[in-house]
Design a protein around this ligand. Structure first.
Ligand SMILES: C[S@@+](CC[C@H](N)C(=O)[O-])C[C@H]1O[C@@H](n2cnc3c(N)ncnc32)[C@H](O)[C@@H]1O
Length: 279
């Protein structure tokens, strides 16, 4: 059966690269390709996506449901006020979307990470949410690596001044935030070596080469049972090739295959020979 095979289908890689535009991600053919030809990728409903990841990180079922955390976040006044003050009267579902940032919130509340690293911050819509989950946990920090965007370069179409980075982050949450300005190619390996990172999230330069670089560095430098997640996974096949090459399992919510996550794991041989940086 096709979806039990580990083999990549070269013809479909070509289709993937042709379908790299974000807007096409929701198309039925895309979902069909993922379901049938990328057996290491699982499209799940929102609660199953959340429950599977939590189980693979902690070894047990979540203590609370995804819906519980979405209600919690909808009642987070500093976050809602920051969004409204900066972006206008946006619908609350933007922050409570189980296929988007709401998922990260629930994952953080359940797994209680000490250190989260993200690449690509911009005004900080995702960062604010990560920090609100850490505030609710009363533990942990977020380290953000970002080059302020310039229109027409670095896969961005707008320019943002340095002082606007993280503008959406409520003042109450800034104590748990560390911002590093610079290229993830330089900073990410250093940050991953210097910190015991539980969750890594890619949302910076969406080129095949850069995405492959960040995923591979995170895999090599993070412990077993940590989470490697990515936004815009369907811009190209870098993420799908990464999970295939490393025999990992990629999960996403069927409402948004662009947000994917995997739990870092290693076979017995790799564990016996040594993981991480050797001293
Ligand atoms: C898509 S935006 C991030 C959006 C953000 N996660 C949010 O939720 O609002 C991508 C950001 O990554 C930055 N970026 C692009 N290439 C980068 C690189 N090589 N290293 C660090 N940041 C980079 C861009 O300038 C931009 O600020």
């Amino acid at each position: 059966m096709k979806n039990q095979s580990d083999d990549f289908k070269p013809g479909f890689l070509k289709v993937l690269s042709l379908m790299r535009r974000k807007e096409r991600v929701r198309s039925p053919i895309w979902k069909w390709i993922l379901a049938h030809y990328y057996p290491r990728h699982r499209l799940l409903d929102g609660p199953s996506f959340f429950e599977s990841l939590v189980f693979n990180v902690t070894g047990h079922a979540p203590q609370n449901s995804l819906a519980h955390y979405l209600t919690e976040i909808a009642n987070c006044d500093p976050l809602r006020d920051a969004y409204r003050n900066t972006l206008g009267d946006i619908p609350d579902r933007r922050i409570t979307n189980p296929a988007l940032t709401g998922f990260y919130y629930a994952l953080i509340r359940e797994t209680r990470p000490s250190c989260i690293v993200e690449t690509g911050t911009s005004i900080g819509s995702n960062t604010a949410l990560l920090l609100s989950a850490l505030a609710a946990n009363d533990m942990g920090e977020v380290i953000s690596i970002d080059i302020p965007s310039r229109a027409g370069t670095l896969t961005m179409d707008s320019t943002l001044p340095l002082e606007a980075i993280g503008a959406l982050i409520p003042a109450e949450f800034r104590g748990r935030w560390r911002y590093l300005a610079g290229d993830a190619k330089v900073l990410l390996p250093r940050v991953l070596i210097e910190n015991d990172v539980d969750i890594f999230i890619h949302d910076s330069l969406h080129t095949r080469t850069h995405m492959s670089f960040e995923y591979s560095v995170a895999r090599a430098l993070m412990r077993p049972n940590t989470v490697i997640a990515t936004d815009d996974a369907m811009w190209n096949s870098a993420w799908l090739e990464f999970v295939h090459t490393h025999r990992l399992v990629s999960l996403s919510c069927n409402r948004n295959p662009n947000l994917c996550a995997t739990v870092n794991s290693f076979d017995a041989f790799e564990v016996s020979q040594g993981l991480g940086v050797q001293t």
